[in-house]
Design a protein around this ligand. Structure first.
Ligand code: 2PG
Ligand code: MG
Length: 429
């Protein structure tokens, strides 16, 4: 249906809403949602879950019943969906996703979604976004595209070495990613990622290092030094026949510094570094290696450090806030104002509704900040974030290694979108 004034619009009426407990990629309980409309549309979603979380994230409701899944069950959140959320939405008309999300926020009534649970709310919101798209007869990515934004295929950031909270090795940095910025298109970027991943496996084996995997499908070798991993990555990129650089393959880091910040110091590979020393260490890494993006280089509480980090490094690299910003429009607006970083990681479950996620992205766009859409370390096969990245036109995504079903579900969805639509590839200009 096309409205005369605003382009596409649809009114949906919720018929039934239900949820159940399923497993995520780490073998922990999470939520699956099924939303049925009176027009016959049935939409689903699977809710992701993080391990290295920011303190300001919307609250993921867990049962705390130690007799089930060591307290990690989500039956209370599931009951909230099947009970009061269903009671609140069923039989009602909604003219937009924003209206439906607003109804969810009002029903919850808390600032951080702790009553109903952000995991419950985001599951319903994602299913509802799909229900709107389906009713409009459009792809999910198209229905998520804001006016004036050019949809595009994002540069994939493949996390091929895992450490920190995502692996049991002694590597303090959490994520070492390769980003084929110079690829011709998305399919070629995937090819580069997969070929480099394969070569890296061989190189690890030839050095008698383990090829076991971390939570996001990257290798988790027993290496302590981040620089040693960066050397390996550059070797693997070149041995696979690619060049480093903006016309080829670049490296992105997510040290997730909350994880190694203790007593005001950064603990890296046996050394204790002050905030300033940590920033200088990054400066040296950026000089030596083809790094283009640095996420959570410092801890979320090290706010003066973030100001210094931005001052010192923003002309050389993208500085992405994840735990610092938690996809929260208010927190992002403040960081833009204070010049803390220059880009935001975007994870819908950190804030808890799709509408607020889109708002966070709009604020970034308006300020000239970049955005990288992201999975969580605990995932399902739901590929929602692939459509979100294309629709919002931000040009960047990370979804783990080019391996493991829950990771490649997103990359494969992007390949499908590219194969069936003529869209540009690459970072947003
Ligand atoms: C991160 C994420 C995703 P988690 O820190 O960026 O890679 O990890 O989902 O564990 O917060
Ligand atoms: Mg992160």
């Amino acid at each position: 249906m096309r409205s005369r004034f605003e382009g596409w619009c649809a009114v949906i009426e919720v018929k039934t809403l239900s949820a159940y407990e399923i497993l995520d990629s780490r073998g922990q309980p999470t939520i699956s949602v099924v939303l049925e409309l009176t027009n016959g549309v049935v939409a689903r979603s699977g809710v992701p879950s993080g391990a290295s979380t920011g303190s300001q994230e919307a609250v993921e409701l867990r049962d705390g019943d130690l007799m089930r899944y060591a307290g990690r069950g989500v039956l209370r959140a599931v009951e909230h969906i099947n009970g009061e959320v269903a009671g609140h939405l069923c039989g009602r008309d909604f003219a937009s996703l924003a209206d439906l999300d607003e109804a969810l926020l009002k029903l919850d009534g808390t600032a951080n979604k702790e009553r109903i649970g952000a995991n419950a709310i985001i599951g319903v919101s994602m299913a509802a976004a799909r229900a709107f798209a389906e009713t409009e007869g459009r792809s999910l990515w198209r229905s998520l595209t804001p006016g004036g934004v050019e949809p595009r295929l994002p540069v994939p950031h493949f996390n091929i070495v895992n450490g920190g909270a995502h692996a049991p090795n002694s590597l303090d940095f959490q994520e070492f990613m390769i980003a084929p910025l110079g690829a011709r298109n998305f399919a070629e970027a995937v090819r580069a990622g997969a070929e480099i991943y394969r070569v890296l496996r061989g190189e690890l084996q030839s050095r008698s290092l383990g090829v076991g995997l971390g939570d996001e499908g990257g290798f988790a070798p027993e290496i302590g030094s981040p620089e040693a991993v960066l050397e390996l990555l550059v070797d693997a990129i070149e041995s696979a026949g690619y060049e480093t650089g903006f016309d080829g393959v670049m490296i992105a880091l997510d040290p997730a510094a909350n994880g190694f910040y203790r007593d005001g110091m950064y603990h890296v590979d046996g050394e204790k570094l002050s905030s300033d020393q940590m920033v200088e260490r990054y400066f040296e890494m950026i000089e030596r290696f083809p790094i283009w993006s640095l996420e959570d280089g410092l801890a979320e509480n090290d706010r003066d450090g973030w100001l210094h980090l931005t001052d010192r490094l923003s002309e050389y690299v993208q500085l992405v806030g994840d735990d610092l910003l938690v996809t929260n429009p208010t927190i992002i607006a403040e960081a833009i104002e204070r010049k803390m970083g220059n880009a935001a990681l975007i994870k819908p479950n950190q804030i808890g509704t799709v509408t607020e996620t889109l708002e966070a992205m709009r604020i970034c766009r308006d300020a000239g900040w970049s955005q990288m859409v992201s999975h969580r370390s605990g995932e399902t096969i739901d590929s929602f974030i692939a459509d979100l990245a294309v629709g919002a036109g931000c040009g960047q995504i990370k979804s783990g290694a080019p391996a493991r079903g829950e990771r490649v579900a997103k990359y494969n969805r992007l390949i499908e979108i590219e194969a069936t639509n003529a869209l540009p590839y690459g970072r947003a200009k």
